[in-house]
Design a binder for this molecule. Structure first.
Ligand code: PMT
Length: 226
């Protein structure tokens, strides 16, 4: 990649997995480690960007040179990302965000009662942050990048997701069977709203991150920074 080609740019990255609390000891969560999002943050810093990393439940150490905001739930992640995106050149949503959260939070630990069937878990929908970012850009020309974690019909589902979310680029990676979640390596196809399709072969998550920044860099309007 061109050295420091993101100098003067502000990029916002979300990483990790949200946790939606049920009671003080339990939550609904997912298997994201945050490694892909942190690789995006490290490579963006290396290329000269100002980086805001919104991290959900990762347990990873802060990448040097990035501003790190830690969050727990999808609601908190939404607030932090939207605020940081106000003046961002690009936003990349690598976090695995829960689509649903428990409808009720129990202030005390939920107890099991002998002989009783467990109560069904009632869920409500979380806001779709990527769709919201795409519909309301923080500034003109802002690039919005999403990820798609798919287990089957990966490209067909990816194309449909790109159209539904309205983002500029969608990084489609296959998950399940030990793929992508928690690993050091990844492979993906980056779909563009312009119809482009960029396959990125299996390799370190940094390599995929660098390819994403290449594609973002090509699409960013000229910088108005001096
Ligand atoms: O963290 P790692 O262990 O390194 O693993 C990396 C990864 C597999 C988590 C990552 O590469 C990845 O695919 N991240 C997106 C996971 C995901 O939530 O995919 P999705 O297909 O469910 O969501 C599509 C997109 O919409 C994502 O950009 C997601 O951030 C966003 N989204 C989803 C739901 C929601 N309510 N709001 C959102 O903004």
């Amino acid at each position: 990649p061109a050295e420091r080609d993101l100098a003067g740019r502000h990029v916002v990255i979300s990483a990790g997995g949200t946790r939606e609390p049920l009671d003080p000891v339990r939550y609904l969560g997912n298997r994201s480690s945050g490694k892909q999002g942190y690789a995006l943050a490290r490579t963006a810093v290396a290329r000269g960007a100002r980086v805001t990393l919104v991290a959900a439940n990762t347990g990873l150490s802060d990448p040097a040179g990035a501003d790190v905001l830690t969050v727990g739930t999808a609601e908190q992640l939404r607030e932090a990302v939207l605020k940081a995106a106000a003046d961002a050149d690009a936003v990349v949503m690598a976090a695995a965000v829960a689509d649903f959260r428990p409808a009720h939070y129990a202030a005390g630990k939920i107890k099991k009662k002998d002989g009783e069937e467990p109560a069904p878990l009632e869920l409500v929908r979380n806001p779709d942050i990527l769709a919201e970012l795409s519909a309301h850009r923080g500034r003109p020309g802002q690039l919005v990048v999403g990820f798609a974690a798919e287990t089957d019909d990966v490209l067909v589902n990816g194309r449909a997701k790109l159209a539904r979310k309205g983002c500029d680029l969608l990084v489609v990676n296959e998950v399940g069977d030990g793929k992508a979640f928690g690993t050091e390596e990844n492979e993906a196809v980056v779909l563009g709203a312009d119809g482009s399709e960029t396959p990125v072969p299996y390799g370190p998550k940094e390599d995929l991150a660098d390819r994403i920044w290449d594609l973002v860099g090509e699409r960013l309007p000229e910088s108005d920074a001096p």
